[in-house]
Design a protein around this ligand. Structure first.
Ligand code: 6PG
Length: 254
C-alpha cells in the first residue's frame, strides 16, 4: 500500500516510501499546524512524543524547518515520560532538549516538562496535571485542547505510555496519571485518553517492519483497544493522521 488513504472525514493514513519522507511529511504537518494555530489563537500548543522515532523529526525541525516556525509562540509539553530525572539517558525530555529545544529560539518559559525526577510518580503526574489545568485555564471536568499531539506506537500497539492491559486505559477524568508497566517493572507518567482525544490534531509517526503487525491490528481489525491501545486514540472533534513508512505499512491489506 502507498500514498494517502482517507479512513473518514477526520482521519487519514499516509504511507511514505522511506523514513526520510515520513519525517519530512511530519515536519510539514508541524509547520502547518503551528502557523494555523498562531493565526487563529495566537499560540501553538504541542505535546511531544518520546521514544526514538521523533529524533529525526526533531533534527529536521531544528534545521530545515527552523525559519518556518513561530518559536516564540510555541508551547511545548510531553505526551509521556519515563520515571527518571531529566538528566537520565532514558528521559524523553532530555531527548527533545538535545535534538530540538537546545537548538531553536524557543523561550524557556514555553517549555513544560513532566517533573519525573519526583520519586513519587503519582505526585509527579498530579503536578503535571496542575500545570496543564493552569496553562489551559481549565474548569472542573474540562480537558485541554492541544493543537497537536505527536505519538509513536510500540510493537505492542501502545501509544504514549498507555500500554496493553494497564490501569491508565480506564481513566476517564484525570489528565495525567502514573501508570505501572509490569513488563518494565516501572511507572510511566502519561497523558490520558480523554486528553489525547480532546486534541485538535493527533499525528502518529510509525516507522519500521517491527511495527507492521501491530499497525495492521490497530487499523484493520476489530481487536480490542485494551490489547492495542493506539486503537483508542480517536480525537472526538479533531483530526487523526497516521504517517507511516512502507516498512511499517507492509502488513496492511489496504
Ligand atoms: C516512550 C514513548 C512511546 C514511544 C513508542 C515508540 O516514552 O517510549 O512515548 O510511546 O512512542 O514506544 O517508540 P519508538 O519510537 O522508539 O519505536
Amino acid at each position: 500500500m502507498s500514498g494517502r488513504r482517507l479512513v473518514s472525514s477526520s482521519s487519514e493514513i499516509r504511507v511514505l516510501t522511506t523514513p526520510q519522507e515520513l519525517f519530512a511529511a511530519a515536519a510539514d504537518e508541524v509547520i502547518r499546524a503551528a502557523n494555523e494555530a498562531v493565526v487563529k489563537r495566537g499560540r501553538f500548543t504541542i505535546a511531544l512524543s518520546g521514544g526514538s522515532t521523533p529524533k529525526s523529526l526533531n533534527n529536521l525541525l531544528a534545521t530545515n524547518a527552523r525559519t518556518s516556525l513561530p518559536w516564540d509562540r510555541m508551547f511545548f509539553f510531553w505526551g509521556d515520560e519515563r520515571h527518571v530525572p531529566p538528566t537520565d539517558p532514558e528521559s524523553n525530555y532530555l531527548m527533545a532538549e538535545e535534538t530540538l529545544l537546545s537548538k531553536v529560539p524557543v523561550p524557556r518559559a514555553n517549555v513544560f516538562r513532566i517533573p519525573a525526577e519526583n520519586p513519587d510518580a503519582a505526585a509527579a503526574a498530579l503536578a503535571y496535571e496542575e500545570t496543564l489545568r493552569k496553562f489551559f485555564a481549565l474548569g472542573p471536568g474540562e480537558f485541554p485542547h492541544f493543537d497537536l499531539i505527536l505519538l509513536g506506537m510500540g510493537p505492542d500497539g501502545h501509544a504514549a505510555s498507555l500500554f496493553p492491559g494497564t490501569t491508565a486505559l480506564q481513566e476517564k477524568s484525570r489528565l495525567v496519571v502514573a501508570n505501572w508497566v509490569q513488563k518494565f517493572k516501572t511507572d510511566r507518567i502519561t497523558l490520558t485518553l480523554p486528553v489525547l482525544n480532546a486534541a485538535r490534531c493527533v499525528t502518529f509517526l510509525v516507522s519500521g517492519t517491527e511495527k507492521a503487525a501491530a499497525l495492521h491490528e490497530v487499523l484493520e481489525t476489530d481487536a480490542l483497544g485494551e490489547q492495542y491501545p493506539s486503537k483508542l486514540v480517536r480525537p472526538t472533534d479533531g483530526k487523526l493522521i497516521w504517517l507511516v513508512d512502507r516498512a511499517a505499512a507492509s502488513g496492511l491489506k489496504g
